[in-house]
Write a protein that binds this ligand. Structure first.
Ligand SMILES: Nc1ncnc2c1ncn2[C@@H]1O[C@H](COP(=O)(O)OP(=O)(O)OP(=O)(O)O)[C@@H](O)[C@H]1O
Length: 601
C-alpha cells in the first residue's frame, strides 16, 4: 500500500521504507519553507550561541572575582575586583540584548513560515479535485489548518530556539567547567550516564503516548465537526445521547492518555532533579577536600558547583521540546501529504482556448469508474447537439449525477473522450471550461455576503441591472425584494435566512447570469414547491432556448420542457428519444410516466 499523498495517513504501522519516504517529504517541505528565511535563521542561531556563551562566562568571572579580586582588594588593589564586576555586568547586558535579538528574529521567521504554510494549504486544498474532497472529510481538513498548524507554530515559536539554546548552553557550560576544573568535569561525565538512561526511558515511553494523545485530540475535533455539520440529522433522529456517549468516550480516552503523559513527567523531572542534586553534592565533596588541601581555590569550587547545577537546568526544556517536536513532525507529515496530492483533474499543460462555445457535447467510447473495482458507467457513446434540452431520468443510483459530473469535468473519464465543440474537455482552458459549462447542484450553496454578491458570482463584473434581470428571469426577483434589505440582504444574518427553494432560485439566477453554453441542473428543482417550480419552469423555458441543457429530474413535470429524454439504468442509457415518442412507446419511461400521471389523479 502506498503512503503517497494522504494515503495511509491514519495508519500507525509504517514500514521502515514508508517512514523514510514520509520523513523525506516532510523535510523537503520544511526545507522549502525555511529556505527563504536562511539569513534570518543564521542570525538567530548566532545570537543564541553568543548569548549562551555570555551566560556560561558568568561563574568563571565570579571565580576570578573571588580568587583574584578579593585577595587584591586586601592589598588595596581595586582593579581585579572592578574588572570582575564590570565583566559580569557586561555579560549580563550583552546576554540580555542578544536574547531580545533572537526572540525578535525567531518570531519573524516563525510568522513568515506559518503564513506561507497556511496559504499553501488553503490554496492547494482549494485546487484539489472533487474526488479528493469527497473522501477527505471536513474534520480532517480543519485539523490540518488548525491543530496541525498550531503544533508547528509552537515548535517554531519556542521549540527550536529552546533546543539550540539548551544544547549550546550545556556545551559551553561543560567546556567552561573542564577548563576551570577538570576533576569536577569528571563528575559531570559520571552524571551523563544516568541522565542518558533516564532521558532514553522517557523518550521511548513518551513517543507512543504522545502519538496516542495526538490521535485522541484529532478524534475529538473530527467528532465535533461531523456532529455539527450534520446537526440537522442529529436533532431530527435524536442521536444527541449517542453522540454525547461517543464524545464522552473520546474525552475519557484523551484524559486517560494525558494522565499517563503526566505520569511520565512526574518520574522524569524529579529523576533529573535528583541526578542534579547528587552531582552538585559530589562536586562539593570532591572540591571541598581539594580546597582544604589547598589544590583548589574556593572561587573555583563555587564556579564548579554553579556550572554543574546549571548544566541540568535545560534538560526539562529539552523533554518538553521533544513532545512539541513530535507533534510538529507528525503535523508536518500530514500537511506534506495533503500538499503532495495532485488534482485528479489536472489543468492542461497546453490549454486550448474556446472563447465562444456552442455547447455541442460528445461522449466517445467513454467508460467511468470511481474506484478500480467497480465500473459505474460502462462504455458508451452519446451526442448532445448544441441547444438541445435533455432530461436525464432513471432510478436512484443509475448514474445520472455521475454523467453530469463528467460533463462538468469534476471527474475525467477512466477511458474515452468527452468533447465540447470538438475539443477534449481535458485540453480546454480551465477558465473557458468553467465559463462554458455550469452545474447547479441540489445544495445550492450560498456564501456569506449579500444576495446580490451571491448572484454576481456567476459573472463578477455584472452590473446591478444585470443581476436584477437574471433574478427576474428565474422568478426570484419578487421574494428578494421582500427580504429586509432586498438585494443587499446578508444571507447569513438572521432575517436574511432564505428557504431551500429560495436558495435554489438564487443559485439559478447565478447560473443564468453566467450565461453558459451548457447548463446542468442536478435535481435542482426538487425543493421547489409546485407554484415556484412552475414559475422557474417559465423562466427556464426562455433561458434554456439558446443553450444546451441537461436536467436531472425526479419530477416528471420537469421533463415536459425537454426536447429529448435519456433514461438511465445501472449506468447505461436504456432509452433515448423525444418525450412524446417515449410516452407513446412501451418502454420504462412510458411506464414511469403512466405511474406519475396516475398519482396526480
Ligand atoms: N464519489 C463516489 N465514489 C464512489 N462511488 C460513487 C461516488 N458517487 C457515486 N457513486 C456510486 O455511483 C453510482 C451512481 O451514482 P449517481 O450519484 O451518479 O446516481 P444518480 O443516478 O445520480 O442517483 P440519485 O438519483 O440518487 O442522485 C452509485 O452506485 C453510487 O454508489
Amino acid at each position: 500500500m502506498s503512503v503517497s499523498g494522504v494515503q495511509g495517513e491514519e495508519r500507525l504501522d509504517y514500514t521502515r521504507a514508508e517512514s523514510r519516504e514520509i520523513r523525506r517529504r516532510s523535510v523537503r517541505l520544511l526545507g522549502s519553507l525555511l529556505r527563504p528565511q536562511r539569513s534570518r535563521l543564521w542570525l538567530t542561531a548566532l545570537a543564541v550561541v553568543l548569548s549562551s556563551a555570555a551566560q556560561a562566562a558568568g561563574p568563571a568571572i565570579i571565580a576570578y572575582g573571588i580568587d583574584s579580586g578579593i585577595p587584591a582588594l586586601v592589598e588595596q588593589d581595586w582593579f581585579p575586583a572592578g574588572l570582575a564586576v564590570l565583566a559580569y555586568l557586561a555579560t549580563g547586558v550583552v546576554g540580555a540584548f542578544l536574547i531580545a535579538v533572537y526572540i525578535r528574529l525567531s518570531a519573524r521567521v516563525s510568522q513568515a513560515v506559518l503564513i506561507d504554510l497556511r496559504t499553501r494549504v488553503f490554496l492547494h486544498t482549494q485546487r484539489l479535485s472533487l474526488e479528493f474532497h469527497e473522501s477527505y472529510t471536513s474534520g480532517r481538513i480543519i485539523s490540518r489548518q488548525t491543530s496541525d498548524l498550531d503544533a508547528i507554530r509552537e515548535l517554531l515559536d519556542e521549540g527550536l530556539v529552546v533546543l539550540v539554546r539548551s544544547f549550546t548552553y550545556m556545551a559551553f557550560t561543560a567546556l567552561a567547567l573542564v577548563l576551570l576544573d577538570p576533576t569536577s568535569g569528571l563528575v559531570l561525565l559520571g552524571a551523563l550516564i544516568p541522565m542518558t538512561l533516564v532521558t532514553r526511558w522517557f523518550q521511548v515511553r513518551s513517543q507512543a503516548l504522545f502519538r496516542r494523545s495526538r490521535v485522541a485530540s484529532a478524534s475529538l475535533i473530527v467528532k465535533f465537526v461531523e456532529t455539527m455539520t450534520g446537526i440537522r440529522a442529529v436533532q431530527a433522529f435524536r442521536t444527541e445521547r449517542r453522540n454525547a456517549d461517543e464524545f464522552g468516550d473520546l474525552v475519557e480516552d484523551y484524559r486517560d492518555v494525558n494522565a499517563k503523559v503526566l505520569g511520565l513527567f512526574t518520574v522524569f523531572n524529579p529523576a533529573l532533579a535528583f541526578i542534579g542534586a547528587v552531582s552538585v553534592a559530589a562536586t562539593i565533596v570532591l572540591g571541598g577536600f581539594r580546597v582544604v588541601e589547598g589544590s583548589l581555590a574556593i572561587g573555583a569550587l563555587l564556579a564548579a558547583v554553579l556550572y554543574v547545577k546549571r548544566f541540568f537546568d535545560p534538560m526539562e526544556d529539552v523533554a518538553v521540546f521533544y513532545n512539541g517536536y513530535q507533534s510538529a513532525s507528525s503535523a508536518l507529515e500530514k500537511i506534506s501529504g495533503v500538499l503532495e496530492e495532485e488534482p485528479s483533474v489536472p489543468d492542461p499543460a497546453h490549454p486550448v482556448d474556446l472563447w465562444n462555445a456552442n455547447g455541442h457535447v460528445r461522449f466517445e467510447n467513454v467508460e467511468f469508474a470511481y474506484t478500480r473495482d467497480r465500473v459505474i458507467l460502462p462504455r458508451f457513446d452519446l451526442d448532445l447537439p448544441a441547444g438541445q434540452t435533455i432530461a436525464l431520468v432513471g432510478s436512484t443510483g443509475a448514474g445520472k449525477t455521475t454523467l453530469a459530473k463528467l460533463i462538468a469535468r469534476f471527474y475525467d473519464p477512466s477511458d474515452g473522450v468527452i468533447e465540447l465543440d470538438g475539443i477534449d474537455l481535458r485540453s480546454l482552458h480551465p477558465k473557458d471550461l468553467r465559463r462554458a459549462i455550469v452545474m447547479v447542484t441540489q445544495e445550492a450553496y450560498l456564501f456569506s455576503g449579500s444576495v446580490a454578491d451571491n448572484i454576481a458570482l456567476g459573472k463578477p463584473d455584472a452590473t446591478f441591472g444585470e443581476i436584477v434581470s437574471a433574478a427576474r428571469a428565474v422568478g426570484a426577483h419578487e421574494f428578494i425584494e421582500g427580504l429586509p434589505n432586498g438585494y443587499d440582504t446578508d444571507v447569513n444574518k438572521r432575517g436574511g435566512r432564505v428557504s431551500a427553494g429560495q436558495r435554489q432560485l438564487i443559485s439559478f439566477a447565478r447560473a443564468f447570469l453566467a450565461n453558459p453554453a451548457v447548463l446542468i441542473l442536478d435535481e435542482a428543482t426538487s425543493s421547489l414547491d409546485i407554484p415556484s417550480e412552475r414559475l422557474v419552469q417559465e423562466g427556464l423555458q426562455s433561458l434554456l432556448a439558446d443553450r444546451t441543457a441537461i436536467i436531472i429530474a425526479h419530477r416528471l413535470s420537469t421533463v415536459a420542457i425537454a426536447d429529448r429524454v435519456l433514461v438511465m439504468e445501472h449506468g447505461r442509457i436504456v432509452e433515448d428519444g423525444s418525450p412524446a415518442d417515449l410516452i407513446g412507446g412501451e418502454g420504462r419511461f412510458a411506464a414511469l410516466h403512466a405511474a406519475w400521471r396516475d398519482s396526480l389523479v
